[in-house]
Design a protein around this ligand. Structure first.
Ligand SMILES: Nc1ncnc2c1ncn2[C@@H]1O[C@H](COP(=O)(O)OP(=O)(O)O)[C@@H](O)[C@H]1O
Ligand SMILES: [Mg+2]
Length: 606
C-alpha cells in the first residue's frame, strides 16, 4: 500500500510537530496569564467530578439494596448522599460554564496577541524577505494561523481535563480488575492510530493544495477588485476568470471528497473495534455481579466508569492527534517568529550625525536581487554632498529606486559600501538613520484613512498637531486638494470605508508629498512620486520643492527635464553605473546621453 510509507513519515512529522506545543503554550500564557490560571483551576475541579458522581450513586444503590434485603428502613445517611449528589451535579454545571467562559476570553486574547506579534515581527524583518515567495507564503500562512488555531488551546485544556478524569476512573477500574482496563485500551488504540493517520493525510493534502489555494485567492481578489473592474468589463474577462476558478476549486473539492470518503469507511470499521472492547468489559462486569463477586452498587460504579473511561480514552487520543495536527499547522507561525532580520542596528550602534557634514558616498556598490544574479548596480560610485540637490535620471529598470532603497538601508549592498560622513551606514542606529531621511516612493501608500492621518504617517507623533500638518500640506500643495474635500482634514480617503472619497493619482501624490515635508529629515528623497501629475503641476510642485530644500540635501528622480534641470547636479544612471554627471548646462554642452534625451523630450513638445 502506498500510504504505508506515509504513515511512518507522518508519525515522525507528527511527533516532531508536538515540539511546537511548548512555544505555543508560551504564547498562550503570554496572551493572558490570569485567564489561563482561572481556566486551569476550573478544569481541574471539573475533572474530579465524574468519579464522585459515580461513587455517590454506588453508595446510594448499595444502601437501598441493603435496606431491602435486611427489611430495615433506610438510614438518614441515604438522604445526605442524595443531597451531596445534587450539590455536585449543580457544581459540575457551573464549572462547565466557567470553563466555556475562560475559553472564550482566552480565544479573544490569544487572537489579539498573536495578530499584534505577527504585525510587529513582519515590520522588523528585512524588506528583501518580501521578495522571497517562500517567505511570503509563510507570512500568509502565519497570518491565517494567527486566528485560525484557537481550537488548539481549547483542545489542550480539554486534554488536561480528560487525562485527570481518566486517571481517576482508571485507578478505580484497576483496583477492582486490571483486565477491564486492558480490554478498553485494546479497543481504543486502533481508533487512535486511524485517527492520526487521517489527520496527517489531511495536513499533507492541505499543504499540497497551498499553491492552488493561493491562485484561488488571487482569482477571487482580481474578480472583485476595483483596480481590475474596468478591464474585466471591457475585455469580457469575467467568464474566463470564473471558469479558471471553477476548474481549480473542483480539483480541490475532489481531493477533499476522496479523503473524507476513505476516512468515513475506515472510521466506521475502527469504531466497531472500540465498541467490541467496551462491550467485552461490560459483559465481564455483569458476569462478576451475577456471580456475586460485585455488589449491585459496584456494578453501577464500574459499568459507568468503563463507559466513561472508554469514551474519554477515545477522546484523549483524538484530542491528542488533533493537537498534533494543529501544532503542525503552527509550524509556519513559529518558523515565522523565528526568522530574524539581517538589517538591524548593531549593539552600541552610532547615532546618526546631525548635522550631516560630509554627506553620503557610494563606493563600488554592487547589488543584485535575490533569485536574480543580474547586477542591477555594478560597482557604482557617487557622492551626495550636504546642501546639494541631485537629480537622478535613467531609463526604467536602470536601478534608480534600488539606489534609494540602499541609501535608506532597506537593503544592504551585495558588495561595496555606503558611507555617511565617512562611516559605513551599517554602523549607525537604524531607527536614527530612518529618522534623518524622508522618502516618498513611486509606489507610496494610499492609506484608507483620513486626510489628516495620510499626512501624519510621515511623522506619526504629529498626528494631533494639525498646524504642523497644514504647513506640510501647504508646502506640497496638498492644501488645495484638501480644501475641496467635504470633510477637509478629517475626510476619509479611499473607497473602502463608508463616506470615503477617492482622489485622483496626482492628488494622492500631493498628499503623500506632504509626508516628506512633515519629516524633520536631513535628506529628502522623491522617487518619481509626481509621475501622475501633468507637466505643469509637476513643475509647480518641484519649484516648491527646490525652494524648500535650498541648502538641504535632496535627491529626486523624475523623467521630466523641466524638473530635472532645477537640480544642482544631475546624474545619469546607465547599466548600473553613473554614465554622466554635471549641471544641466554642462551635460547639454557635453552632447552625450543626457543631451540626446533632453533633445528628444524637447522635440516632442514642439
Ligand atoms: N524586488 C525586486 N526583485 C527582483 N528584481 C527587482 C526588484 N525590484 C527591481 N528589480 C529589478 O531591478 C532593476 C532595477 O529596478 P529599479 O531600481 O526599480 O529601477 P528604476 O527605479 O530605475 O526603474 C529592474 O531590472 C528590476 O526588474
Ligand atoms: Mg523606480
Amino acid at each position: 500500500m502506498p500510504e504505508q510509507g506515509n504513515v511512518g513519515g507522518g508519525w515522525q512529522e507528527r511527533l516532531s510537530a508536538l515540539r511546537n506545543t511548548p512555544p505555543v503554550l508560551k504564547i498562550v500564557w503570554q496572551s493572558g496569564p490570569g485567564v489561563v490560571i482561572f481556566g486551569l483551576v476550573a478544569r481541574i475541579f471539573a475533572s474530579l467530578l465524574p468519579l464522585a458522581l459515580l461513587w455517590i450513586p454506588k453508595l446510594i444503590v448499595d444502601a437501598i439494596v441493603h435496606s431491602r434485603v435486611a427489611g430495615q428502613p433506610v438510614s438518614p445517611r441515604l438522604w445526605w448522599l442524595v443531597g451531596a449528589e445534587f450539590s455536585l451535579a449543580v457544581l459540575s454545571g457551573i464549572l462547565a460554564r466557567a470553563v466555556d467562559y475562560s475559553d472564550s476570553l482566552l480565544a479573544d486574547k490569544y487572537t489579539r496577541h498573536v495578530s499584534i506579534q505577527v504585525m510587529k515581527h513582519a515590520a522588523e524583518l528585512d524588506l528583501i524577505a518580501y521578495e522571497d515567495p517562500v517567505f511570503y507564503d509563510r507570512l500568509e500562512r502565519a497570518r491565517v494561523q494567527a486566528t485560525d488555531r484557537l481550537g488548539m488551546i481549547q483542545q489542550i485544556g480539554r486534554l488536561i481535563q480528560l487525562v485527570i478524569t481518566t486517571i481517576t476512573l482508571s485507578v478505580t477500574i484497576i483496583v477492582y480488575s486490571p483486565w477491564l482496563m486492558l480490554l478498553l485500551i485494546a479497543g481504543v488504540l486502533p481508533a487512535f492510530l486511524g485517527e492520526s493517520h487521517f489527520a496527517f493525510l489531511g495536513y499533507a493534502k492541505n499543504f499540497r493544495q497551498t499553491p492552488v489555494r493561493r491562485q484561488l485567492d488571487y482569482l477571487r481578489l482580481v474578480g472583485g477588485s476595483k483596480e481590475a473592474a474596468k478591464e474585466l468589463k471591457l475585455f469580457g474577462l469575467s467568464g474566463f476568470l470564473t471558469r479558471r476558478f471553477t476548474a481549480l476549486s473542483d480539483g480541490i473539492y475532489e481531493q477533499n471528497v476522496a479523503l473524507s470518503r476513505r476516512k468515513l469507511i475506515a472510521g466506521a470499521f475502527l469504531s466497531v473495534i472500540a465498541y467490541l472492547g467496551y462491550y467485552s468489559a461490560y459483559a465481564f462486569v455483569i458476569w462478576r455481579t451475577v456471580t456475586g463477586v460485585y455488589s449491585i452498587g459496584l456494578w453501577y460504579l464500574l459499568s459507568g466508569a468503563i463507559l466513561q473511561a472508554s469514551n474519554n480514552l477515545q477522546q484523549i487520543f483524538s484530542t491528542l492527534s488533533g493537537i498534533a495536527d494543529q501544532a503542525l499547522f503552527l509550524t509556519d507561525l513559529l518558523a515565522f517568529f523565528e526568522m530574524q532580520p539581517t538589517i538591524r542596528s548593531k549593539p552600541h550602534a552610532l547615532p546618526a550625525p546631525r548635522p550631516i557634514v560630509r554627506g553620503f558616498e557610494f563606493r563600488n556598490v554592487s547589488f543584485c536581487y535575490p533569485g536574480n544574479p543580474r547586477l542591477v548596480l555594478d560597482r557604482l560610485s557617487f557622492r551626495l554632498d550636504p546642501g546639494e540637490r541631485v537629480a537622478l535620471i535613467g531609463e526604467n529598470g536602470q536601478g534608480k529606486t534600488t539606489i534609494v532603497k540602499l541609501i535608506t538601508r532597506l537593503y544592504d549592498p551585495t558588495e561595496g559600501e555606503i558611507l555617511l560622513d565617512g562611516i559605513d551606514l551599517r554602523e549607525y542606529n537604524l531607527d536614527d538613520l530612518y529618522r534623518e531621511i524622508g522618502v516618498i516612493f513611486q509606489d507610496f501608500m494610499r492609506y484608507e484613512m483620513t486626510a489628516r492621518e495620510n499626512i501624519a504617517v510621515g511623522r506619526i507623533d504629529e498626528l494631533n498637531d494639525l498646524d504642523a500638518l497644514k504647513i506640510a500640506a501647504r508646502k506640497s500643495l496638498a492644501d488645495q486638494v484638501i480644501a475641496q474635500l467635504p470633510g477637509q482634514y478629517e475626510q476619509m480617503l479611499g473607497r473602502r470605508f463608508d463616506g470615503g472619497v477617492d482622489l485622483s493619482g496626482g492628488e494622492w501624490q500631493k498628499v503623500a508629498l506632504a509626508r516628506a515635508y512633515l519629516r524633520d529629515a536631513q535628506l529628502l528623497i522623491l522617487d518619481e512620486p509626481t509621475a501622475s501629475l501633468d507637466a505643469r503641476s509637476e513643475f509647480e510642485v518641484f519649484q516648491h520643492f527646490a525652494e524648500l530644500t535650498a541648502e538641504k540635501m535632496a535627491l529626486f528622480i523624475s523623467h521630466r527635464f523641466s524638473t530635472v534641470r532645477m537640480a544642482d547636479r544631475i546624474m545619469v544612471l546607465e547599466n548600473g553605473r553613473i554614465a554622466e554627471q554635471g549641471s544641466h548646462q554642462q551635460l547639454v554642452a557635453l552632447g552625450g546621453r543626457y543631451a540626446a534625451m533632453f533633445e528628444m523630450q524637447a522635440a516632442s513638445y514642439r
